[in-house]
Design a binder for this molecule. Structure first.
Ligand SMILES: O=C(O)CCC(=O)C(=O)O
Ligand SMILES: [Fe+2]
Length: 246
């Protein structure tokens, strides 16, 4: 039974055509945005949580993992919402032409602020999950906004976990990170820059796209909720063995 007072009751129902359109936009422009996906009253609940969290952390970077860390904020309701989950399962099917596994998320709420704002920004990466949804909760209205930066669809889904590791090593090193930062500063790169709007929902292939966020000013707060779904290497034996050695 759907509780009428959860977010699910207020989310739009997206037709299969709408999902195909989202899929097409992710494939061609690298991301798709559903404007005003979260209604004001729900957004306010999330923003109040962020503002309390930042006070409690004495204005330093803080991150919350999973629904249990954000009870009653609406972010937990979103993760459990059938309407929200069905966007992911249908996108998955269009991307992989197979049935989607049950939708569960690797889910985080990142609150950038203080000295940590710069430290946790401009770190270019691939996500470990195919589909990423980003929902901006709080975005600075003055100073640096902390735009989202994306080089969309730079790689295919790797058959082997080992190839995925090589991709990650080639990206996650000082030289590549320095070159990418320089490229961003030059303003000449084929970079997609997204000026985030609170309450919108942005979808992209997190696994396939190099991406990161810019910093906000230390005295500002920039909070984003991220929902990651579908790990292509969930059954990799190499990964299991590497984990065992940690
Ligand atoms: O906060 C953001 O804008 C992006 C964060 C991100 O890419 C991630 O957590 O995987
Ligand atoms: Fe990411």
């Amino acid at each position: 039974m759907v509780d009428v007072d959860t977010i699910d009751a207020r989310l739009p129902i997206l037709s299969d055509d709408a999902i195909r359109q989202i899929f097409h936009e992710i494939e061609t422009q690298g991301f798709s945005c559903i404007p005003h996906y979260i209604q004001e009253r729900d957004l306010h609940r999330m923003q109040a949580f962020v503002s309390n969290a930042v006070t409690r952390s004495e204005h330093e970077y803080v991150v919350f993992n999973g629904s249990d860390a954000v009870p009653g904020t609406g972010i937990d309701e979103l993760a459990a919402s059938e309407k929200f989950q069905s966007i992911f399962s249908r996108l998955y099917t269009l991307a992989s032409s197979g049935p989607a596994p049950q939708v569960t998320f690797y889910q985080i709420l990142r609150c950038l602020t203080g000295k940590g704002a710069a430290r946790h920004s401009l770190i270019f990466h691939y996500d470990s999950y195919l589909i990423t949804a980003l929902i901006p909760v709080t975005i600075p209205t003055v100073g640096k906004r902390g735009d989202f930066l994306l080089f969309p669809n730079r790689r295919k889904v790797r058959t082997y976990y080992a190839t995925n590791l090589i991709d990650k090593v080639l990206l996650d090193n000082r030289i590549t990170q320095f070159l990418l930062r320089t490229l961003v500063q030059s303003g000449k790169s084929p970079l997609t820059r997204i000026e985030l709007v609170p309450g919108n929902a942005y979808f992209f292939w997190g696994y396939r796209s190099v991406h990161t966020n810019e910093a906000c000013d230390p005295e500002a707060v920039r909070a984003t909720a991220l929902f990651h779904f579908a790990d292509p290497h969930f059954d990799s034996s190499l990964r299991e063995r590497l984990r065992g050695h940690r």
